[in-house]
Design a protein around this ligand. Structure first.
Ligand code: NAD
Length: 468
């Protein structure tokens, strides 16, 4: 970690530069975003792939699809819309304020801090950076220490494209994050666990810094009796085992109508072998757990469940030498098992059955609001019932994770799974202040109502309340 003075010096440089950056035009901001796009899509594409392979054997296709594509797509969307978002928007003015006109200005927040996690380091560091640049901010980025090779590539990209008084990337451990959090940023955008989210919010409160918290939690997946089981299994396997389940919006646990459990398990065993062969460890399409700490956490949860009368339906093996855990489906009976208490964030999928939908909904509502809730069903009645009687950051019906990819949808959690939203216009709003502007052109009503208060003025106020 560097000396804390280094961080405050950097912060002060960005603070001094904030009006220059904040007054850049939409064309200048688009130019910067296009340079970033080129750096990711062309100049550094192979370096990004190599780094993610070194960090946790992430397959190239997954890097392209889940790291590079969402960032490139976000840049395209933002550059297409930024001119419109930055326009001073005129809004109507009530009659009581005659003689004036009203506007909303999306002004930059100022100096921003982005703290990102390791599981999709490119996507979750550069994604919010795009919104911050669009908003006209200066930015300090602090990526996770757990994917050091990817952090190095990102650091090079940022140093190649920006002066540090505009965008700077600081590599470092938790202590680095803690030092940065002492500074009076104008906005902090944090992606990570709910536990660290609370630390970030606490630190932000010292300066009344606004926060966006993109957190995690246990995202339930309901499969009802009407669902197409084969299709549901295929999609759930994809959602759960991409990135080895190390995805904030991966299905965390299954709630399945007890009448279809047998067919679900049978189809799971068949399809998991088709996707990853008999031995997923030898498959080029399956990554590893990021490090020993997370490997141990996952294996401990698995063993804890096994000791609590759970039944491994498929998988269950692991290899400590390689941080490998087999794609695993496990029927869990004991509610106290760690798998049902903590966010799993790995390739273990617990399954619980329910007798009727009320039971499933009550179970979901007994936990914190999830980041995502998935429903597999052909019944509109069941789907609507679940949506109306639960709360979640986002929902996808008859698929999972796709809600993340539509820039017209806000992405984020609710309470324990997050505060604020990202992507597209919603991400841009997090990094801007909606400044209200009222311009008075002629004498207005209030100018006639100054002291001394006469009977005539009282009558005017009465009329205003009644008619305007
Ligand atoms: P994490 O909370 O441990 O770490 C995230 C970042 O915070 C890292 O950069 C880390 O250095 C920093 N950090 C860690 N401890 C800190 C502390 N005590 N003080 C200050 N900073 C600290 O999360 P992680 O393990 O990197 O990622 C996994 C979590 O992130 C999961 O809960 C997952 O659901 C969540 N997540 C959420 C989203 C989303 O978009 N909502 C996306 C990805 C991951």
């Amino acid at each position: 970690m560097k000396d804390s003075n280094t961080y405050s010096e950097l912060f002060n440089k960005q603070k001094a530069n904030q009006f220059y950056i904040g007054n850049t035009t939409y064309k200048e901001r688009i130019k910067k975003l296009k340079k970033l796009k080129d750096a990711i899509e062309h100049t550094n594409k192979q370096a990004i792939r190599d780094a993610l392979y070194q960090d946790f054997k992430k397959p190239q296709l997954e890097v392209d699809l889940t790291e590079i594509y969402p960032v490139i797509d976000e840049i395209k969307f933002v550059t297409q819309n930024l001119k419109h978002w930055l326009k001073r928007e005129q809004v109507s003015t009530p009659m009581a304020l005659f003689g004036s006109s009203s506007y909303i200005i999306n002004e930059p927040k100022g100096v921003c801090l982005i703290i990102s996690p390791w599981n999709y380091p490119i996507n979750l560091t550069f994604g919010p950076l795009i919104s911050a640049i669009a908003g006209g901010n200066t930015v300090i980025l602090k990526p996770s220490e757990m994917t050091p090779n990817t952090s190095k590539v990102m650091s090079k990209i940022i140093a190649d494209l920006f002066d540090e008084n505009e965008v700077a990337l600081i590599e470092g451990e938790v202590e680095t994050s803690q030092e940065l959090l002492k500074l009076p940023f104008n906005h902090i955008f944090f992606t990570g666990s709910p536990a660290v989210g609370k630390i970030v919010m606490n630190a932000a409160s010292k300066h009344l810094t606004s926060v966006t918290l993109e957190l995690g939690g246990k995202s339930p997946t309901i499969v009802d009796e009407t669902a197409n089981i084969e299709k549901a299994v295929g999609k759930i396997i994809y959602g759960k085992f991409t990135n080895t389940g190390q995805t904030c919006i991966a299905p965390d646990y299954l709630l399945i109508d007890e009448r279809i459990k047998g067919d679900f398990v049978k189809s799971f065993k068949k399809q998991i072998t088709e996707l990853f062969s008999e031995n997923a460890e030898a498959s080029d399409s399956y990554s590893r757990i990021v490090n020993q700490k997370h490997f141990k956490r996952l294996v401990d949860s698995l063993e804890d469940s096994k000791n609590r009368n759970s039944k491994v339906e498929s998988g269950g093996n692991y290899n400590v030498e390689d941080n490998y855990i087999e794609p695993t489906l496990i029927s869990v009976l004991d509610e106290e098992s760690q798998l049902m208490q903590e966010e799993i964030f790995g390739p273990i999928l617990p399954l619980k059955t329910y007798k009727d939908l009320n039971e499933a909904v009550d179970y979901i509502n007994s936990k914190e609001k999830p980041l995502a809730l998935y429903i597999y069903s052909k019944s509109k009645k069941n789907t609507d019932f679940i949506i109306d009687n639960t709360r979640a950051g986002g929902t996808c019906v008859n698929h999972n994770m796709l809600q993340y990819l539509n820039h017209n949808l806000p992405f984020g959690g609710s309470n324990n799974s997050g505060i604020g939203k990202s992507h597209g216009y919603f991400g841009f709003l997090e990094f801007t202040n909606q400044r209200s502007l009222l311009k008075q052109h002629t004498l207005g009503a209030v100018d006639f109502l100054k002291p001394p208060y006469t009977n005539l003025k009282q009558k005017l106020v009465d009329l205003t309340i009644k008619w305007f």
